[in-house]
Design a binder for this molecule. Structure first.
Ligand SMILES: [Zn+2]
Length: 407
């Protein structure tokens, strides 16, 4: 039993026309006209595949293939069709269209499963237009309330709910996914590990936890020409020393601890003014909650000690914390087993980014299958996954779903 690689390639290529950018990427922001067109096309394909279509109150779009046991919990598969501005053709899309290909293959081969198999396109995974990310999956898993989601506004002050109604995708709450046995998401890795190691399949063990700090460094403003170096309390120099030192914490604490200063904003000034204030962010990630929390503390201690040394005030705000996700061990083993059965090299891997599967794992044992993306590039127009790897990943999804749906 294998999927039809040529058909899948054509499906992904056709979808990439919607919101296509000049340099080979796509812009398909959540609930935009392009998102509507992508949904309409997907819905047409799902109807042609004989699936029962449902849309829930967050606009999540489902296609269901009934099983022989009407009481049995469903196997849900899918991902997202929305993108970041000038994003790639594969992020999310591969997971949605691979799911469609799995159901097309079941149809072609006349396969009857015991459990129903459902595919889903989740609304607003990227968080690029309506923040935070993963609103659709967060809605059905009750991470967010309906009113919270409906009242999200984009940069122009346009409400989520108004846009959902405008594009014709506000369905009903009884249509949300329910009685789900397992959720499985195929996704590009969005990192360089599989590509570097030339391994086509990653069995994802979990997703790292994240802490965000917002650091403000305050010194004293002065004239560049009249304040001797030794008498300065320069916020920018102190903050620069802090940023360099933070990278050292990662090296010393744990090889898997990830520390990033992605935002560094000196209060705007002039060339002849000694800067008095700098704000910067620290993003801290680790798979182990305890190591991450120790990392957070080590960063805070370091910032305070450099602050004292440089004579500047330092304040640190804990902006956001997200605990790690651990996927079902038996599903990880199943992905490894199926990959070996198909003759594909496979390795266990940990995800560093949030995905819909993260929230779905809160309501049912879930799993993710990663495939490589070239040089780990993602969220950009030259994001690329090879057709060969996409086909392999989809075959793994096919067999994983088949086995789960017969249990
Ligand atoms: Zn994605």
């Amino acid at each position: 039993m294998r999927i039809n690689g040529e058909r899948l390639k054509k499906t992904i290529t056709d979808m990439a026309q919607i919101g296509a950018t000049p340099n080979g990427g796509v812009t398909r922001l959540a609930l935009s006209d392009e998102d509507k067109d992508a949904r309409d096309l997907l819905k047409r394909w799902m109807i042609e595949t004989g699936l029962e279509i449902r849309i829930d109150d967050f606009g999540n779009l489902y296609g269901r293939r009934p099983g022989t046991d009407p009481e049995a919990g469903a196997i849900l598969i899918g991902s997202h069709l929305d993108s970041v501005p000038a994003g790639g053709r594969f992020d999310g899309v591969v997971g949605v269209l691979a799911s469609l290909e799995v159901l097309r293959t079941f149809k072609d081969l006349g396969i009857q499963t015991k459990r129903p198999v459902e595919m889903v396109n989740f609304t607003g995974e990227e968080g690029a237009r309506f923040s935070p990310p993963m609103l659709g999956s967060g809605g059905i898993t009750q991470m967010f309330s309906s009113s919270f989601i409906y009242d999200r506004v984009d940069a122009d002050g346009v409400r989520f709910e108004d846009e959902l109604i405008r594009i014709g995708y506000r369905g009903e709450s009884p249509h949300r996914a329910k009685n789900v046995q397992h959720f499985v998401e195929l996704h590009i890795e969005q990192g360089p590990i599989l590509d570097t190691e030339r391994v086509p399949i990653g069995a994802v063990e979990g997703i790292v936890g994240v802490s965000w700090l917002e650091v403000t460094v305050r010194g004293v403003r002065g004239h560049a020409g009249s304040t001797p170096m030794a008498m300065r309390r320069d916020a920018l120099i102190a903050a620069s020393v802090m940023v360099s030192a933070i990278a050292e914490v990662a090296t010393q604490a744990d090889k898997d601890l990830l520390l990033t200063v992605g935002k560094f904003v000196p209060r705007s000034s002039a060339p002849n003014v000694i800067p008095d204030e700098v704000t910067f962010s620290v993003d801290i990630r680790h798979y182990d909650s305890l190591i991450r929390k120790r990392g957070v503390q080590a960063v805070k201690d370091l910032l305070m000690s450099i602050g004292r040394e440089k004579g500047v005030d330092v304040s640190v705000v804990d902006l956001w914390n997200m605990e790690p996700t651990v996927f079902s061990k038996s599903l990880v083993e199943l992905i490894c087993e199926v990959s070996s059965f198909l003759g594909y090299p496979v390795r266990k891997i940990r995800g560093g980014i949030g995905h819909d599967a993260k929230y779905m794992n809160e309501i049912c044992p879930s799993a993710m299958i990663f495939i490589p993306c070239v040089e780990g590039k993602s969220h950009c127009e030259d994001e690329l996954a090879s057709w060969e790897d996409i086909e392999k990943g989809t075959n793994v999804l096919l067999h994983v779903v088949y086995r789960l749906a017969q249990q």
